[in-house]
Design a protein around this ligand. Structure first.
Ligand SMILES: [Zn+2]
Length: 472
């Protein structure tokens, strides 16, 4: 047996031990509500709510469930913009003992396209196999939609009157397209319906599982800013039989080669500092000491190097830009007149568009390559990683899964929380549906969630909803 395989055996024993420990049964909701949630999930999966089809049918299904469960019609509103009747939203309100300072849940109903021929199962039918629930949207985010709706119904039917109103907005157009984003529209046109002291967005949260071990619950308090540039260079062109030194494709390629080496400086925020501090607590060995070493001022250079070489930590340390598209030329037998690249950036909150553009221009180092903004940024402030919020999430998490860490997180991608944050509502991405970090299937084929993970998510959502509405 080689040393490598001996190591593997040892590792396997450890993961089995940890896996078994993680599987000690966590609380689940009463059977009746688990069955209800499964039923809702099945109904939502069966409604194709891709961008092409829209979300109005799904929004009406959610409304019908709420009405059937005893919510008064005045507290269930189905709404769509006049110019986008297919982009329906539904807002459900559970009345609290006082109506001030509600908590708002935002949950998107739309899903990414899925083709039957790419999948093992019908993506628009909930299929259970070997402990997994398959279907488009199970993890992003009809599973969470079902959990939020079932928890609201459970509170209602148990006769619980929370301290403050709990509002759940099930919305349109979070995924591809986004020309009728439900959260943006509701905040702008129906602020009274969704006004809240606090927003929870399960889509932004993360419950991380690695090798069967529940690692952490990440509370998203911040997200990187989406910003895209165009890099373009032109020339007069001519016949390809008479090549010149000034070929725009070569010029652009050389500029991109220099851009590939651009590394933005380390920029830690309140959220990412706390993230690394807490993440270090669940790491071991080198990565644990590296995470502590980058928190020093100035950060330790060796630790910066090692953490920068891993995608997952690199994106937490700095702004990143990468080339995503390229095109140029207009005929097989012509010198190109134009070459253009699309450069997509994810910017650490607080950095300016101008500073990112300046860094790109400096790296490209060619004034004939024109750098301009293609998709402008939508700046949104961070929500503070407030101890009160983190402690509350920790309380609920530990009541479910003792020992699981809770960390604040800046997500590298975008969520609907940018709209609520931009509107001045502190927003937190929180979710308890544990998903394997090494097997991410959101937007992909055979999207699935564990049946047990789903059942536990239901109970977590219910407990968090109660805690959120009581705490202030
Ligand atoms: Zn999503």
């Amino acid at each position: 047996m080689s040393r490598l395989s001996a190591g593997w055996v040892a590792l396997a024993v450890v993961s089995i031990a940890i896996g078994a420990q993680a599987q000690t049964a966590a609380p689940r909701p009463p059977q009746k509500f688990e069955a209800l949630a499964r039923d809702i999930l099945s109904e939502l999966i069966a409604i194709n709510s891709t961008h092409a089809r829209g979300t109005t049918v799904a929004a009406k299904a959610v409304a019908a469930r709420a009405l059937a469960a005893g919510f008064p019609p005045a507290d269930v509103a189905v709404l769509a913009p006049n110019d986008h009747p297919e982009a329906g939203n539904v807002v459900v309100r559970l009345r609290g003992r006082t109506s001030d300072r509600p908590v708002l849940y935002i949950c998107h109903l739309d899903v990414v396209e899925a083709r039957r021929e790419d999948w093992t199962f019908d993506p628009f039918r909930l299929t259970e196999q070997e402990g997994w629930l398959y279907g488009r949207g199970t993890i992003d985010m009809k599973g969470q939609d079902a959990a939020v709706l079932a928890s609201l119904i459970r509170l209602k039917q148990e006769g619980v009157a929370p301290a403050h109103d709990i509002i759940a907005a099930f919305t349109a157009d979070e995924e591809a397209g986004g020309d009728a984003n439900g959260v943006a529209w509701l905040v702008k046109e129906h602020r009274d319906l969704v006004n809240a002291a606090l927003v929870v967005n399960p889509d932004g949260g993360e419950a991380a599982l690695k090798q069967g071990r529940k690692l952490y619950i990440a509370v998203q308090t911040s997200e990187k800013m989406f910003l895209t540039f165009s890099l373009e260079t032109t020339d007069k062109g001519g016949h390809s039989s008479r090549p010149t030194a000034d070929n725009p494709i070569y010029r652009l390629a050389s500029g991109l080669d220099r851009l590939a080496k651009l590394r933005f400086p380390v920029h830690l925020t309140e959220t990412t500092r706390l993230y690394f501090e807490r993440r270090a607590g669940i790491e071991r060995g080198q990565s644990q000491s590296d995470m502590r070493a980058i928190l020093r001022v100035p950060p330790e250079p060796g630790a910066v190097e090692r953490l920068s070489s891993v995608v997952e930590t690199n994106i937490q340390l700095r702004t990143t830009c990468t080339t995503t598209m390229i095109d140029g030329g207009h005929a097989e037998n012509a010198l190109p007149q134009r070459a253009r690249a699309t450069v997509q950036c994810r910017v650490i909150p607080g950095e300016s568009v101008d500073s990112v553009a300046a860094a790109i221009r400096a790296a490209v180092a060619d004034p004939k390559i024109v750098v301009s903004v293609l998709t402008p940024a939508r700046p949104a402030p961070d929500s503070p990683p407030a101890p009160a919020i983190l402690t509350m999430v920790e309380g609920v998490t530990h009541s479910m899964w003792p020992g699981v860490a809770v960390l604040p997180e800046m997500s590298p991608g975008a969520s609907d929380s940018i709209y609520t944050r931009a509107a001045g509502l502190p927003s937190y991405g929180i979710d308890g549906m544990f998903d394997d970090l090494d097997d991410a299937r959101a937007h992909g084929r055979d999207e699935r969630i564990g049946a047990t993970a789903f059942a536990e998510e239901l109970e977590f959502t219910y407990r968090l909803m109660r805690a959120m509405s009581e705490a202030r």
